[in-house]
Structures are given as structure tokens and as C-alpha cells.
Design a protein around this ligand. Structure first.
Ligand code: DGL
Length: 271
């Protein structure tokens, strides 16, 4: 048993989809969440810059918060390749999402949508090639620049996001996928719009639940679980405006977001 917190991070609010699943499945665990809202979006940035930001966050989680395990709740950071901190296990959302999509698809025609950084990195293409032992998968990947910005503004259901979705999702509609993997942790917040555009018979897969199950299994295997007593405490940290993080975060994740702490990465990395 290990009472130290679990660290999770994302460029902003997207990782809250994963945090929600972790709180629901593992309510006794302490969590520290970092949303790098001061530097979002990661998607259009060069991957080596994203890797550097992710390295700063993992270092903060380990040295300031003594986390026992890190969940990379950001596909773009995972696709960029986060350097693991010594002796701190790390999991990301990519492999769990791929597993869930393979389970959900009947036809093998699977779509993946993500940021420009994630799609251009080839991380999903490689992960499907490894996990698809049957060779039946026909993968269609599409980048969706602009989706993250709508979520970060709290605009999850507008006409503008619908028009953008119609344009960006055209390749997956044309490919007649039966399953669409949301390869960006922000996208579950746009699920209604996405489902409306691709058709409600297409199964939308978010990696959040599968990542939480993988986390539970790993905590068990490594004997790192916190059995209690009492529910876990949650700490929220933002590199952007803390009151925006609190207000929008409560709308997106729920009442567990109370106080939000400010972190200024420009102390480490003047821009
Ligand atoms: N939630 C991040 C992801 O899963 C969004 C990246 C961004 O900030 O563009 O990729």
C-alpha cells in the first residue's frame, strides 16, 4: 500500500475526462492534476517543445508532490514521447484507447481523430499495427485542429463547432468507420457534436475508462494502491488563470474541483 498521490497532466481541461474516470473507479486515491492552460494548445506545437513541457510537468509532479505514478492524460504529450521519471511508473492514454477501439469495432474499419501533433507523429498508426494481431483493421486518421480551442473556451455545443466538425470529420465519414477513437482527451466534451456529424451508429470510444482500469490493475500489480481510510484528496494546478480553471473545470468535471493552485512554468522556461 502506498498513500502518495497519483499525478495526471494535460495541456488543459482535456485530461479531466481521465481524472473523472479515475475518481469514479478509484475514489480512495489521492490525485494531483496539472492543466498547462497557460501554454495550451499543445497540438500545433513542435513535438520536441511538447516533450520539454511534459518533462517540466513530470519533474514538478515528482519533486514537488512526490507522486507514486504518472498518468499522461494528453495524447499529444504521449505521442511526443514523455521521458519517464526514474522509479515512477507512467501510463498514457494511447494504448488503452487502441485496446478499447479494437474491442468495439465489428468491421475493423476504425477512425482515429486527434491533434495535428498526435496524428502526424504516427503514434496511433504504430500502436494499432502492434495491437491488431488479426490484421483486419483499416485505419483512417484525421487531425482536428481547432477542436481543443472550442473546449478550452467552454464552447462545446455551438453552430461554429458543428460546421468545423463537418469539415474535419469528412474523411472518417467517407471511410465508413464503425468505431471512432477520440484520440485527444478534450474530444469527449464534444461527443454530442461529433456523434451528430459521423452518425449515431458509429461507436465513439474515449480512452478515459480504459486508462482508469489499466491504472487500477497497475496499482494492484505494483502494490501501490491506497486502500483508505476515507476518500482521496484532489489537488488541481493550472499554469493559466486559476478562476477560469475552477469555473470551467467544475462544469466539465464536477464539484471535486474546489481550490485551484497556480503554477508558473515561466520561472523555469522564460518565453
Ligand atoms: N488533450 C490533449 C490531447 O489529448 C490536447 C492537446 C492540445 O492541447 O492541443 O492531445
Amino acid at each position: 500500500m502506498d498513500a502518495r498521490p497519483i499525478g495526471l497532466f494535460d495541456s488543459g481541461f482535456g485530461g479531466l475526462t481521465v481524472a473523472r474516470a479515475v475518481i469514479d473507479l478509484l475514489p480512495e486515491e489521492h490525485l494531483v492534476y496539472v492543466g498547462d492552460t497557460g501554454r495550451y494548445p499543445y497540438g500545433p506545437r513542435p513535438l520536441d517543445e511538447v516533450r520539454r513541457f511534459a518533462g517540466q510537468i513530470t519533474e514538478k509532479l515528482v519533486s514537488d508532490h512526490d507522486v507514486k505514478l504518472i498518468v499522461v492524460a494528453c495524447n499529444t504529450a504521449a505521442a511526443a514521447g514523455v521521458r519517464p521519471a526514474p522509479a515512477v511508473p507512467m501510463i498514457s492514454v494511447i494504448e488503452p484507447g487502441v485496446r478499447a477501439a479494437l474491442r468495439a469495432s465489428e468491421s475493423g474499419r476504425i477512425g482515429v481523430i486527434g491533434t495535428v501533433g498526435t496524428v502526424s507523429s504516427g503514434a496511433y498508426q504504430r500502436s494499432f499495427a502492434t495491437a491488431d494481431t488479426s490484421g483486419r483493421v483499416h485505419l483512417t486518421c484525421a487531425a482536428c485542429p481547432g477542436f481543443v480551442e472550442f473546449v478550452e473556451r467552454g464552447e462545446t455545443d455551438s453552430d461554429q463547432v458543428y460546421v468545423l466538425a463537418e469539415r474535419l470529420l469528412a474523411p472518417v465519414v467517407e471511410a465508413k468507420v464503425d468505431t471512432l477513437l477520440l484520440g485527444c482527451t478534450h474530444y469527449p466534451f464534444l461527443a454530442r457534436t461529433i456523434s451528430d456529424v459521423v452518425g449515431r451508429d458509429v461507436v465513439l470510444v474515449s480512452s478515459a475508462d480504459e486508462t482508469a482500469f489499466e491504472l487500477r490493475a497497475l496499482l494492484g500489480d505494483l502494490e501501490l494502491a491506497r486502500p483508505g481510510p476515507g476518500p482521496g484528496a484532489h489537488m488541481w494546478i493550472s499554469s493559466g488563470d486559476v478562476s477560469t480553471f475552477r469555473d470551467l473545470g467544475r462544469r466539465l468535471l464536477g464539484p471535486e474541483i474546489e481550490e485551484v493552485h497556480r503554477w508558473d512554468p515561466s520561472d523555469l522556461d522564460p518565453r
